[in-house]
Design a protein around this ligand. Sequence first.
Ligand code: BYC
Length: 470
Amino acid sequence: MSIDYTERIPNNVNLAEDRRLQRALESWQPAFLQWWGEMGPTLPTQDVYLRTAVAVGREGWANFARVKLPEYRWGIFLAERDPGRRIAFGQLKGEPVWQQIPGEHRSSLQRLIVVQGDTEPASVEQQRRLGLTAPSLYDLRNLFQVNVEEGRHLWAMVYLLHAYFGRAGRDEAEALLLRNSGSEDSPRILGAFNEETPDWLSFFMFTYFTDRDGKYQLGTLKESAFDPLSRTCEFMLKEEAHHMFVGTTGVDRVVERTAVLMREHDTDDVAPLGGIPLAVIQKYLNFHYSVSLDLFGGETSTNVANYFTSGLKGRWQEERRRDDHVLTEAVTAVEQIEGDRIVAVELPALTALNHDLRTSYIADCETGITRWNRILASNGVTGPQLRLPHVGFNRKVGMFVGCHVTPDGQIVDAAAWEAGQPAWLPTAADKVHVESLMRPVYEPGKIAAWLAPPRNGINGQPLDYEYVRF
Ligand code: BYC
């Protein structure tokens, strides 16, 4: 299914055949562009070497070209429709998927789409000033790639709101541009999207941990009985892979540089040498991991049980699971707090689906840890290792709220928590040091000294390619 680029809004949904919808979206478009101008990247550029989706199939789905950022062709792209697709889980398992929304599921689906949609512009807002301090043109280009695609993911959700939710959907689409990350009066909906991303270490951690929540949440929405949502998320996931690549390889490069400095100078204190100490990397990791765990909601949730039972939101890789896909009888082990201990108890699997998704996410996060520790080892750093903190550490959502859990998983009192914090979460001094390293490096082929160069360029281009022109 090709994408029509002759339209004002590029799309593969035959927008031209639905004049009302087309007009509605065309009237949202200037508001989006105004939002991009005010809340998008602050660094002025001439053009950027960007990937743009041109088809939704497996092969050759995107092309690369120099693009003026505000002229990026944001559009509406859904994965191809499978006419035989059936609901894979819940009470309606085996029935054909929906092309329209059953009235009784309207408000729940709208809520899910709004929550998903809200995160996309939020991340662009969080990252808007990073262009001023990029460690290379390669990294700067990657930042802008992530930003334009998050903008496109906003378009994806806005399309669904306009096409399927009438007046209420149009109002929600407007509101997505009115809430802002960190705003006192109208913040973004989910906690992690109101945190700052003030430096590139935070950006790499965000794209590793928070974008990975996006992967898992989109994976569950891809299972939805509401077929247009499923198809939208399927295509978003394709774009999302690069965002996590930016995070994974970004942290790789920071860890590699730190390890080299540690070995060459035989010290853990690489800060005076212009590196980021491993302990500081660990603290940033602790922070981003814990706020990202909050994005999975409570360990037990009747919301999620209802979403599953009614077919709105499935599980990660639903169709690969070897069970009845209905789960009315199933139980699962979930951590609970018992006095000053954390123990596992059996709970109905249906209400523990957020926990189920979070478990898959945590296993995926572990792959980064293994990778980074391998980089440390291969550079001769055998002592300290990176690790994920305990799931109860620093939590603001779910059963660990109000409970002081150390990265090791010990429940401690408020005084011990206060005393331990400087060793567990970035301190003001850590942030000042990281901030002091954030100086833009905009000469083609040059890289800031606090991280290693990337292994390869983008789309086969050399590392000294002029990825961004001013
Ligand atoms: N902050 O029943 P519960 C991405 C609310 S990231 C604030 O446990 P549920 C991306 C919750 O809404 C993926 N509030 O929650 C990444 C509920 O409120 P109501 C984004 C929170 O519904 C990087 C109440 O607490 N997509 O794509 O089972 C860059 C009770 O909670 C939070 C989605 O999240 C929080 N962290 O699950 C760009 C998918 N957590 O309804 C993009 C859509 C919970 O009682 N969203 N609450 O007023 C969902 O599936 C669910 O809404 C959640 C929560 C998983 C978020």
